[in-house]
Design a protein. Structure first.
Length: 200
């Protein structure tokens, strides 16, 4: 029984915070989990910048509405879902993910939630569980699944390393250099072939 776990941002869709940094003209918001391994530290940094500039959920959702999946992502996901169960494990938030999941054909996603004030200010965030991707993969394994995982960032390494097969996808040169033991791919055909190979 196989189940494939995929990261979302950088793997299936562009990085939301990079898109918002460009839309808002605030380059500090380009920092992502590719740069900062500590997700709580990263999110608190982002929330501080949003507060400083008077920006909230509405402005970020306006940017997300214009984001499309990466070229080939939906076809890849459709084919992958025809041969195995797939769960997207993301450190994004329900309030960000919904329009992107619609464009991807409503795959299953496990993610987190934002705390939002009535006026739209993002006041905090609730993580689903500690080390959510690794914890989820271990839980799936505990109920009889063999997991295959792919992601691009520091926060994906736990689930990739704990899975029967794990791959870096569209990752950074630094992460690839730090983890030469992990196969790294740049296009969806290669990743699909690797996942099929792991299931063979």
């Amino acid at each position: 029984m196989y189940l494939t776990c995929l990261d979302m941002e950088g793997v299936l869709v562009p990085e939301i915070w990079i898109a918002f940094a460009e839309a808002s003209g605030i380059p500090e918001l380009k920092r992502t989990t590719r740069d900062e391994p500590d997700y709580n530290k990263l999110m608190n940094y982002r929330l501080g910048i949003l507060k400083e500039h008077g920006l909230g959920l509405k402005e970020i959702q306006a940017t997300i509405a214009k984001i499309d999946p990466l070229p080939g992502a939906k076809a890849f996901l459709d084919e992958l879902r025809s041969i195995t169960q797939v769960i997207i494990l993301s450190d994004t938030f329900e309030q960000f993910a919904k329009p992107l999941m619609e464009k991807l054909g409503w795959p299953t996603i496990f993610c987190n939630t934002l705390e939002v004030a009535p006026g739209g200010e993002i006041t905090g965030f609730q993580m689903r569980c500690p080390q959510s991707k690794l914890t989820t993969v271990k839980a799936l394994q505990s109920i009889g699944y063999q997991t295959i995982a792919a992601g691009d960032s520091y926060n994906d390494l736990g689930m990739i390393q704990a899975s029967k097969a794990g791959f870096l996808f569209k990752s950074t040169d630094q992460i690839k250099a730090d983890h030469p033991e992990l196969a790294a791919y740049e296009d969806f055909d290669q990743l699909l072939a690797a996942i099929k190979g792991a299931m063979a």
